[in-house]
Design a binder for this molecule. Structure first.
Ligand SMILES: [Zn+2]
Ligand SMILES: [Zn+2]
Ligand SMILES: [Zn+2]
Length: 372
C-alpha cells in the first residue's frame, strides 16, 4: 500500500509567454492538490493600475531603493528603474516583489530571467545566481543560508522536533528526513500523491514539490544530498543512497538547497503528517490535515526567528534578511486560495487561536475534525 502524503507547495516553473495566469501561478507557488489549480490569487507580483502606480511611486519616494538612487535625474521625475535590466520601467509594466523592494518590468517574468527558488526575487543586472543543477536557481543571499551538510540539517531538524514537542507532538520512533533534488523527488511522486482519504492525484512533471511524507513507499531507496558546496555559478553535491526498509515505515523528503528557514518550515509541515501516520491517524479530510500542517509550519516560522540566535539579533543584515524570508513564506501560506491548504489553513488557524494547539490536535486525532 502506498500513502504518499504530499507535499508542502509546488510551483510550475515552465512559463508560457502569453499566459499571465500561468505566470502568476508559477510565481505564487500554487498548492499541490489544489482543486482550483490555475485560479491563482494575486501574488507578490502586483499589477499596475493608476492607483497602484501612485502607491508604488510613493513607496519608492519614501524608501528610495537602490535602483532609484543609481540615477538621480530619473529619481527627480520619480521614474522606477528596473532591477533586472536597469532600464526605466514602462508605467503599465511595473511589477514588484513584496517584502524585498524589488521592482521590475513585467516581461522579465517570462523572458527567462532566473528567479530565486528561496526569496523569489528576479536576478538583478549585477547579481550572479547559482544553478542548483535541477532546473532551480538560487540567489547568493539565500544560498548563504542553505543547509550544506548533515550537521546543519540535524540542527534545524532538532529545532523543529523541539517546537513540535511543545505541542505534545512527540515521535516514538525516529522518522528519517532526507534532503533530495528535484529528480529524486520526481521519482517518488511520479505515480501521484494523496492526502488522507483522497485518491492518488497525478503531479505535473514541471511542478516543484517541496516536501513529501511517505508511508510504506513503493520505491526501495532514497538518494539523499549529503553535502553541497559552491563552485562558481554551479554547485557540487555529494549524494548517498539509503534503503527504505526501516522500522517506522515513514520517510520524509525535503528539497535540498533551500534557505534554512524555508527548509525548517517544510520540515514542520511534513513532520506533522508523519506524526499523524505514526500514531495511526490515516483518514483525515485533506482540508483538516493540510490545514493543521500549514498552521504548524506558519507558527514555526515565527518561533524560529525568535529562537534562532542570529535571526533574533535585530541589528545584523542577515537577521533582516531572515525576517524578510519569514514574511515571504508566511505570506505564501496566508494568501493561498486552495481548498485544502488555503481554507484548511484559515480554519485551523482560527481553531488554534480559539482553543490552543493541544486541544485542537487532540480533537483532530479523536474525532477527525476541528473543534467548533
Ligand atoms: Zn501536506
Ligand atoms: Zn526591466
Ligand atoms: Zn533568494
Amino acid at each position: 500500500m502506498i500513502i504518499d502524503t504530499a507535499a508542502f507547495i509546488t510551483a510550475k516553473d515552465r512559463w508560457q509567454q502569453d499566459e499571465m495566469d500561468d505566470i502568476e501561478l508559477a510565481t505564487q507557488l500554487s498548492l499541490l492538490d489544489n482543486s482550483d489549480k490555475g485560479k491563482a490569487v494575486p501574488d507578490d507580483i502586483v499589477h499596475e493600475d493608476e492607483d497602484l502606480a501612485k502607491a508604488i511611486e510613493e513607496s519608492v519616494r519614501s524608501s528610495v531603493p537602490r535602483s532609484s538612487r543609481r540615477n538621480s535625474d530619473r529619481r527627480q521625475s520619480y521614474q522606477i528603474i528596473c532591477d533586472v535590466c536597469d532600464g526605466s520601467i514602462p508605467k503599465k509594466e511595473i511589477c514588484k516583489r513584496e517584502f524585498w523592494n524589488q521592482h521590475f518590468c513585467r516581461r522579465h517574468v517570462s523572458d527567462g530571467t532566473p528567479i530565486c527558488c528561496g526569496c523569489m526575487r528576479l536576478k538583478g543586472a549585477n547579481t550572479e545566481y547559482i544553478n542548483l543543477g535541477d532546473m532551480r536557481n538560487i540567489c547568493p543571499d539565500c544560498f548563504a543560508t542553505s543547509i550544506t551538510n548533515a550537521r546543519q540539517k540535524q540542527s534545524i531538524l532538532d529545532n523543529v522536533i523541539e517546537f513540535l514537542r511543545l505541542k505534545d507532538v512527540e515521535f516514538k520512533v525516529h522518522v528519517p528526513v532526507f534532503l533530495v533534488d528535484r529528480r529524486e523527488m520526481r521519482r517518488h511522486t511520479r505515480r501521484g500523491v494523496s492526502t488522507g482519504m483522497e485518491h492518488i492525484q497525478p503531479i505535473h512533471p514541471d511542478s516543484v514539490v517541496w516536501g513529501l511524507t511517505m508511508f510504506n513507499p513503493d520505491e526501495s531507496y532514497a538518494e539523499s544530498v549529503e553535502s553541497l558546496s559552491r563552485s562558481g555559478r554551479n554547485i557540487r553535491v555529494e549524494q548517498r543512497k539509503y534503503l527504505l526498509n526501516h522500522d517506522s515505515h515513514i520517510t520524509v523528503l525535503i528539497l535540498f538547497g533551500l534557505p534554512k528557514i524555508m527548509t525548517g518550515a517544510i520540515m514542520a509541515h511534513e513532520l506533522m503528517h508523519a506524526w499523524f501516520r505514526q500514531i495511526g491517524v490515516f483518514h483525515l479530510e485533506p482540508k483538516v490535515e493540510e490545514g493543521i500542517c500549514q498552521v504548524v509550519a506558519h507558527e514555526w516560522l515565527d518561533w524560529f526567528v525568535v529562537m534562532d540566535e542570529e535571526a533574533s539579533s535585530s541589528r545584523s543584515e542577515n537577521a533582516q534578511f531572515t525576517r524578510n524570508l519569514k514574511h515571504t513564506f508566511k505570506d505564501l501560506v496566508e494568501i493561498d486560495s486552495s481548498h485544502a491548504y488555503g481554507e484548511g489553513f484559515r480554519d485551523a488557524k482560527w481553531a488554534f487561536e480559539k482553543w490552543g494547539p493541544h486541544k485542537v490536535i487532540n480533537h483532530v486525532v479523536k474525532y477527525g475534525t476541528l473543534p467548533q
